[in-house]
Design a protein. Structure first.
Length: 82
């Protein structure tokens, strides 16, 4: 899919930034379940980016956030997801 001048040769990859919430394609795990918990090995997005960049180092990558993790808080300082 990402090899230049071969097959589809996509020049751009858009991935979802997971937030442990339900989106159109299912639930994607957040890279931070808590404020002090950072893990970039959850989900498949980083693997996909790594594999696509292996095939095309000039590939443009965009991240799209559909929601925020619940630890960020709700409206007017309430706890929980929006």
């Amino acid at each position: 899919l990402f090899l230049p001048k071969f097959g589809a040769a996509f020049p751009v990859l858009k991935v979802e930034i997971g937030a442990d919430s339900q989106t159109g394609y299912g639930t994607e795990p957040s890279h931070m379940h808590r404020r002090s918990d950072l893990s970039c090995s959850r989900g498949y997005e980083f693997w996909l980016i790594r594999e696509a960049r292996h095939r095309n180092p000039k590939l443009l990558v965009y991240g799209l956030a559909w929601s925020v993790p619940s630890w960020i808080g709700g409206p007017l300082g309430t706890t929980g997801a929006f």
